[in-house]
Write a protein that binds this ligand. Structure first.
Ligand code: ADP
Ligand code: ASP
Ligand code: MG
Length: 420
């Protein structure tokens, strides 16, 4: 008898009809002789609606109260799914994250899971029940309700799968797998049949929202195999697992886009030692996560410093930039919210020279201006104007031949082995 964890995202449980369809799938998995745990997200856009409500009453809501509010979304879903399964003639029991022992740290709104005390799930499964668990939420050791960050239901599913030693963790969503690019941006993108944890981590970290980054990290650390697939079809999706010699590793795994960051520029900062340290110490003290940084060449004793920050940290970042300008005697600060990070991800970058050069050329031929650049061993990221992001993603997908799986990398004269 296999133990299967299935996670259903917001769109998959967005209406009563879809909730009944999910119940049907869960029931048929159980009828086939499996023990099933279903982890569910809030219905449709409910979490976004709750966030909107919060900021209407308080532009900077206390994070503890935000968690109290957001955790209610998933609680609606678990009760309704348990009812739909009951209506379909099977026994099911729903639990909140705290009830099933998802223990987290105190990082309200982006808490990390410390431990899964899964006894209650095991006991209910042994009793022949289908177990329904609220995604995205947990509890601190002293009883505070927390949430795991947007998209965190995937992490709940993987953590439960690890906690009960499940045979498979299926993430059901509104696409039938992980593609070489978001199929909403690149209609000709190709479904990836199998992908190793490392490239999947880079894809998730750089904007492929189909799987949550923390979920992939958790899966890698605990050896949980993920099957990401559609809740609307029976098609096999994408398997995410440890790489071995049977797995084909693509040179380029995919192209991603992340429009969730904003760029702050501090203009005419006096160019003297300690200035960058002062700017980024203040940002860190305000709990602003700084991502990419660029400092211009200094002119007449002053320089500009630009950096990107998550949109969720922007209120704090603006306040801190204002204070930093006064403290350092800089001219001004400006913010650009309409930027996007476009990334090319692939394990083959380590050994194939010229990939970054080909990326920059493809962007320039598509008329897309590059603002900032950053690289890691298996990723190159360019910040571009937000309204050019889709064009950029399509141009890169095309240039690297990702649609047909026939990856062409031109050799660039003068680039040594291992150079990006
Ligand atoms: P859920 O609510 O089920 O968790 P999400 O909206 O979080 O669903 O994730 C699914 C969405 O991820 C898809 O609708 C798709 O637009 C988007 N997406 C982004 N990048 C990719 C990619 N590389 N492959 C597949 N889907 C992607
Ligand atoms: N409902 C939460 C969100 O919208 C968690 C999730 O769906 O994974 O972010
Ligand atoms: Mg999701």
């Amino acid at each position: 008898m296999a133990v299967i964890v299935q996670k259903y995202g917001g769109t998959s449980v967005g209406t009563p009809e879809r909730m009944r369809a999910v119940a049907q799938r869960v029931v048929s998995t159980a009828d086939a002789g499996n023990r099933v745990v279903a982890v569910v997200s809030a219905m449709g856009d409910l979490t976004d609606e709750l966030v909107d409500l919060a900021v209407q009453v308080d532009p900077e809501p206390p994070e503890r109260e935000m968690d109290m509010l957001l955790a209610t979304g998933e609680q609606v879903s678990i009760a309704l799914l348990a009812m739909a399964i009951h209506a379909a003639g099977r026994r099911a029991i729903s639990f909140t994250g705290p009830q099933v022992g998802i223990v987290t740290d105190h990082g309200h709104t982006k808490a990390k899971i410390l431990e899964v005390r899964a006894d209650r799930v095991r006991t209910a499964l042994e009793d022949g029940q289908i177990v329904i668990v609220a995604g995205f939420q947990g509890v601190t050791p002293d009883g505070q309700i927390t949430t795991l960050g947007r998209g965190g239901s995937d992490t709940t599913a993987v953590a439960i799968a690890a906690g009960i030693d499940a045979d498979m963790c299926e993430i059901y969503t509104d696409v039938d797998g992980v593609y070489t690019a978001d199929p909403r941006i690149v209609p000709g993108a190709r479904k990836i049949t199998e992908i190793a944890y490392e490239p999947m981590l880079e894809l998730a970290a750089s904007g492929a929202g189909v799987l949550n980054l923390r979920a992939v990290e958790f899966a890698r650390n605990h050896g949980v195999v993920i099957h990401c697939r559609s809740s609307f079809t029976g098609e096999p999706g994408t398997i995410v697992r440890e790489a071995d010699e049977t797995m084909e590793q693509a040179i380029i795994s995919g192209v991603t886009c992340d429009a969730s960051e904003a760029k702050i520029t501090i203009r005419d900062v006096p160019d003297r030692p300690g200035v960058a340290a002062a700017v980024f110490t203040r940002m860190a003290e305000s709990n602003v996560n700084v991502d990419m940084i660029i400092q211009n060449v200094s002119e007449a004793g002053s320089t500009d410093i630009s950096f990107t920050v998550p949109g969720t940290d922007l209120v704090r970042a603006r306040r801190t930039a204002e204070a930093v300008v006064a403290e350092l005697g800089a001219r001004e600060w400006v913010v650009d919210e309409s930027i996007a990070k476009v990334s090319l991800v692939g394990a083959g970058m380590k050994t194939h020279p010229g990939i970054a050069a080909q990326m920059f050329r493809a962007l320039s031929e598509a008329g897309v201006n590059i603002d900032l650049i950053s690289t890691s061993t298996i990723r190159v990221t360019c910040v571009v104007a937000g309204d050019e992001a889709d064009v950029a993603v399509r141009a890169l997908h095309d240039s690297f031949g990702l649609a047909d799986g026939d990856i062409v990398v031109e050799s660039i004269p003068g680039c040594g082995e291992g150079d990006l």
